[in-house]
Design a protein around this ligand. Structure first.
Ligand SMILES: *Cc1c(COP(=O)(O)O)cnc(C)c1O
Length: 393
């Protein structure tokens, strides 16, 4: 670009309309600068927080903002941000669970069949079985490992998570989308673990994606939030209607907080993925580990699919130690691990999943790898492992 073109705001704005430079990096740089050239003089770059229940509404109702259960300027800004990240349209919710419920409620009628993973997110299964099955939806499950061979005929909706959590088994999204559409079913992917930067289910043919933004997308462990995104206007209209009518709406302050968290998503994700790979490799070589499960390790059964389908291998590691006592000693003995549930925060954390009844060994730990400086984190994790058994190194 010539110097003249660089100084001309109009031409610069036009340059901003073109396609993003190739790859997820270009997409995120475009995302960060999506408003850089379009705002009126004096307009703030930060979105507004608008705490109101009412808007001025004279005579016949008109305009985008009429009642605050239906719309809020801060929601609009956040939905545009999430949509830009996904190259789709988005509808936000006060939790990931509410986002999932909006899909089940708007897409399923009594007598229609829903397929979920038996080893997927427990909250989704519980919601489907407790509230939707009793209203006539036929809820069926199969394990992540069985999805590839499970016939999709006769389903209205197939809602899958990949990698599964905490087993970290993979589903081939492109293949599932093709088979679902051939069978007349819709495919929705819960993309909470990977985020739109780590995996693009919509590009691979999924009809919608759903997220708990509570996890990696917000990343600061100070918020519960969720959203649905899709390129299918009819599907998304159903989701939006459910929110307007049933009232599962986020607060304006929370929407602002998520928008702020999103600004550093690419930075956090890059560090988390690099840290997770470094830890998985180091743990796999340590004598005290019974098993280390991470899609980025060549020993993972779906490593090839992970390399093709994902951009990075995620921030979760399945670490199996000898027993419950070893697992507790490892977690408590490591100063850089928060003992907590949930995952995706910028502080590394860990918990034994057997305490929630997951079908895992007593010594199985789900490690959520955060954004700490890599060498310091790796050294501290290995030091805590050394307390259990001398390293083989
Ligand atoms: C946490 C989670 C949810 C539920 O989200 P909340 O924000 O806790 O309501 C749904 N799906 C997956 C995969 C999750 O990890």
């Amino acid at each position: 670009m010539s110097d003249d073109a660089m100084m001309d705001p109009d031409r610069q704005a036009q340059a901003g309309e073109g396609a993003a430079p190739a790859g997820a990096g270009g997409r995120f740089a475009d995302y960060l600068h999506r408003d850089s050239k379009h705002l009126a003089p004096g307009a703030p770059f930060a979105p507004a927080i608008v705490p109101t229940s009412i808007y001025s509404l004279a005579s016949e109702p008109s305009g985008e903002y009429q009642y605050a259960r239906w719309s809020n300027p801060g929601w609009t800004a956040l939905e545009q941000a999430l949509g830009a990240l996904e190259q789709a349209s988005a509808v936000i919710f006060p939790s990931g669970a509410a986002a999932v419920a909006s899909l089940l409620a708007s897409m399923l009628q009594p007598g229609e069949r829903l397929l979920l993973q038996s080893d997927g997110y427990m909250g989704t299964r519980t919601a489907a079985q407790r509230y939707f099955a009793s209203n006539g939806v036929l809820v069926e499950t199969c394990s992540t490992a069985q999805v590839a061979a499970h016939p999709f005929d006769g389903y209205r909706l197939i809602l899958l998570e990949t990698p599964s959590n905490p087993g970290l088994d993979l589903v081939d999204i492109g293949d599932s989308a093709q088979r679902a559409h051939a069978a007349g079913a819709a495919l929705v992917i819960d993309n909470t673990l990977m985020t739109p930067l780590g995996q693009s289910p919509l590009d691979l043919g999924a009809d919608a994606v759903v997220y708990s933004d509570t996890k990696v997308l917000n990343g600061h462990s100070d918020l519960v939030f969720g959203h649905v995104a899709s390129r299918d206007p009819q599907l998304l209209a159903g989701v939006l209607d459910w929110r307007r009518i049933c009232g599962a709406i986020p607060g304006p302050f929370e929407a602002w907080l998520l928008q702020r968290g999103l600004e550093t998503l690419e930075l956090r994700l890059a560090r988390m993925h690099a840290n997770a790979l470094a830890l998985a490799q180091a743990l796999a070589e340590h004598g005290a580990a019974v098993q280390v499960c991470y899609p980025g390790l060549p020993s993972h059964p779906a490593h090839a699919l992970a390399s093709a389908q994902m951009n990075g291998f995620g921030a979760l590691i399945g670490l199996t130690l000898a027993d419950q006592d070893a697992a507790e000693r490892f977690i408590q003995g490591c100063r850089y691990l928060r003992p907590t549930t949930s995952f995706g925060g910028l502080h590394s954390s860990a918990e034994r999943r057997a305490r929630w009844g997951d079908a895992v060994a007593a010594g199985f730990i789900r490690l959520s790898v955060g954004c700490e400086p890599t060498q310091a984190l790796r050294a501290e994790v290995l030091r805590s492992m050394d307390q259990l058994a001398p390293a083989r190194r």
